[in-house]
Design a protein around this ligand. Structure first.
Ligand SMILES: [Zn+2]
Length: 376
């Protein structure tokens, strides 16, 4: 294991830190753009670096199915395959498998499912996930877990159901750790806290994962359809109890408001498809709120998307032009919108880090909320 993490400054529960990985050092809190199929959609690697991306995420499940491991092994891993020289994190494939809904069958061994690409019967186990991630060779790998849903059919998951799921994830975490160790990887493995919407189950999951000594700890199973207050309740309860000296990663969350809240309770790492996916749908995140480009009020608006934004899109293009590109479905629109949204998220993390170092996170948070509520 080669991860060195150090908390550099704290302001309340918020903290800023530095993580040394084999492909470089990153500063936290950090947002990781999502590169599902070995690409952050519409962005070339040098563009991501220019925007200040320090680490990006690859999806194990999708890369396993296409192009498959032989192709990636021939490139000695995902870094060279996708031309990305900075740190990478891969998820375990668990979340995507569970998203298949009724098309999958969970057993103690793992998850059986039909490939959404060609219908082949496949089995994903903790061991298989570790072997796939070993080939992908990202700086950070994640244990294979079961993402406990918020609802089954039309009702909330019960305490007993969440407990059974959480205990299965613990056994899979142990199997993941054993296989990861057997493979002799020099990368880092993170554990994932589950337990649904139940504080006591989250506590048990965290305590037993902590005993397994992972290089970092993630909170999984949030932002899976629960009301915002439920997410904040579990986040606020769990985050401050996670090992202080290890990175804390909130998986798959969320809006700018979610990130600012989570940093306030001590989260260090985030990933989410929101900035990139919404960009392609013409939804921009700005300092003064969200801007939906399809709205006809922008048809002749000669202002930039965000007057205070220093990104290449805001420096050169108007709302009217981006509205037009969205309406005629031009590919440049997706690119320019993605550049702006990623700049917004990455810049928000820079501002948060600065605010923590200078001991004004509370003030920064209040200004952020005031500005976002003003409206574009
Ligand atoms: Zn911009």
């Amino acid at each position: 294991m080669s991860l060195a993490f150090e908390v550099v400054a704290r302001d309340g529960a918020a903290r800023t830190g530095r993580m040394a990985l084999s492909h470089g050092a990153i500063e936290t809190p950090v947002f990781m753009p999502v590169g599902t199929y070995g690409t952050v959609k519409a962005m070339a690697p040098d563009e991501l670096i220019d925007l200040g991306a320090q680490i990006i995420l690859g999806n194990t499940f999708h890369l396993w199915l296409r192009p498959g491991l032989d192709v990636i092994a021939a490139h000695h891993g995902l870094h060279r395959f996708m031309g990305w020289a900075l740190p990478l994190l891969t998820d375990s494939g668990g979340f995507q498998v569970f998203s298949l809904g009724k098309l999958r069958k969970v057993s103690e061994d793992g998850v059986r499912f039909a490939s959404p690409v060609d219908g082949d019967r496949l089995l994903l186990t903790p061991e298989e996930s570790m072997r796939i991630q070993h080939v992908l060779n990202a700086d950070i790998a994640m244990v294979f877990d079961e993402c406990t849903p918020y609802q089954i059919e039309d009702r909330s998951v019960t305490h007993d159901e969440a407990a059974i799921s959480m205990l299965l994830s613990l056994r899979w975490a142990q199997r993941s750790a054993s296989e990861f160790s057997r493979l002799g990887s020099s990368n880092n493995l993170f554990g994932i806290v589950q337990g649904g919407m139940f504080e006591s189950l989250r506590d048990e999951s965290l305590a037993r994962l902590s005993d397994m000594k992972f290089e970092g700890y993630a909170i999984g199973g949030l932002s899976v359809g629960e009301p915002k207050e439920e997410m904040l309740r579990i986040l606020t309860h769990t985050a401050p109890q996670m090992p202080y000296e290890k990175p804390r990663y909130l998986m798959g969350v969320g809006t700018p408001e979610d990130l600012i809240e989570a940093i306030g309770v001590g989260i260090d790492m985030f990933d989410c498809v929101l900035p990139t996916r919404n960009a392609r749908n013409g939804w921009l995140f700005t300092r003064y709120g969200d801007l939906k480009l399809r709205n006809s009020r922008y048809i002749a608006d000669t202002a930039p998307p965000d007057e205070t934004c220093a990104c290449p899109t805001c420096r050169s293009f108007t709302r009217a032009y981006l509205h037009h590109l969205q309406r005629v479905n031009e590919i440049l629109g997706a690119r320019l919108n993605t550049i702006h949204n990623l700049h917004y998220y990455l810049n928000l993390m820079r501002q948060a880090r600065d605010a923590i170092v200078t001991q004004r996170y509370t003030q920064f948070r209040a200004e952020f909320a005031r500005d976002r509520g003003r409206g574009v």
